[in-house]
Ligand binder design. Structure first.
Ligand code: TUI
Length: 310
């Protein structure tokens, strides 16, 4: 399927994999790109040297385009931003902030810059400073979120900017892709369904939690200190929300989540770990390869959308 985004990024399918911290490493990113989507390596909170190695290993899996996500709250954001330019990565996405100060660096290195935005205002600002597309991410998503739903955000962003829009949040099958395209998107970003992919290194305990999740099983922590994070409900979220209600400080809360994503992804500790996942987890019912996931989703979408251009 050809869209403005497949043309822009030189990929076969308009499917971008979310830059999920700890989850989106070379095995997943390489498999998604190899299958014709755009795989993304998560910069997360990792130093540039770790990401340099991830880039090298992704290049061993595929010679197709892939991207790196720069998580702007990371203490290493600056060095990862420079690494992306140095390595001439085709695409960089950003999250959890505004990447304005890196834009000239990426433009000079011919790196396509696609910020993830959660508001129309940021989408407009990003277009003005040279973004070649934006990811409009609704609050159904897992991880750090804004406050507007995908259904409301995508058409408003699509009306506000000229650059193509990639929809994210609550999309895990062909119906979601078709709906996103009807709202004005030219591609989708998918996270939760790729957590359970065969190539994903996520511990089976975490994958099983995603597969067993129902529609109402996610919870948003961190609203009180301005960094809301959506994740599956567990012992940790119960404790966190109790502390948050009782007025605990940011430092006390942070102590509870220190290293918690690693605990979930690597150790499979589903009680004390952070099980980031979107509200669409209830729709994710099986483990498949990235190729099967992309082909199944796009087969369904094409059937629904016909041959219209997006
Ligand atoms: O960034 C994400 N998702 C993430 S980052 C992450 S790591 C983390 N863990 C705990 C706390 C915080 C981060 C896990 N998941 N998605 C993209 C995204 N960006 N969602 C929302 C935003 C966003 C929010 C506010 C972007 C910009 C912004 O304000 C910038 C401004 O200057 O207006």
């Amino acid at each position: 399927m050809k869209t403005r985004i497949t043309e822009l990024l030189n990929i076969e399918y308009p499917v971008i994999q979310g830059g999920m911290a700890w989850v989106a490493e070379h095995n997943l990113a390489g498999a998604v790109s190899k299958a014709g989507g755009l795989g993304i390596i998560a910069g997360a909170n990792a130093p540039a040297e770790v990401i340099r190695e991830e880039i090298r290993m992704t290049r061993e899996i595929t010679d197709k385009p892939f991207g790196v996500n720069v998580m702007l709250l990371s203490p290493y954001a600056e060095e990862v931003a420079h690494l992306v330019a140095e390595e001439k990565i085709p695409v960089v996405t950003t999250g959890a902030g505004s990447p304005e100060k890196y834009v000239s660096l990426w433009n000079e290195a011919n790196v396509k810059f696609i910020p993830v935005v959660a508001s129309v205002a940021l989408a407009r600002r990003m277009e003005r400073c040279g973004a070649c597309a934006v990811v409009a991410e609704g609050c159904e998503s897992g991880g750090h979120i804004g406050s507007t739903t995908t259904m409301a955000l995508v058409p408003q962003v699509a009306d506000a900017v000229e650059v193509p829009v990639i929809a994210a949040g609550g999309i895990a099958d062909g119906r979601g892709v078709a709906a996103a395209f009807m709202l004005g998107a030219s591609a989708v970003q998918i996270g939760t369904r790729f957590i359970v992919a065969d190539e994903s290194i996520v511990h089976d305990n975490y994958k099983d939690k995603v597969i067993k999740a129902k529609d109402i099983d996610s919870e948003v922590t961190g609203l009180s200190h301005g960094h809301p994070v959506r994740q599956l409900r567990n012992k940790m979220t119960r404790e966190y929300l109790k502390l948050e209600k009782s007025g605990s400080t940011f430092e006390e809360l942070e102590h509870l989540t220190l290293g918690a994503l690693r605990k979930a992804v690597i150790e499979g500790n589903v009680d004390d770990g952070t099980l980031m996942a979107g509200q669409i987890a209830g729709l994710v019912k099986k483990k498949q390869s990235c190729e099967e996931i992309i082909k199944e989703i796009m087969g369904e979408a094409v059937e629904l959308l016909g041959s219209r251009e997006f």
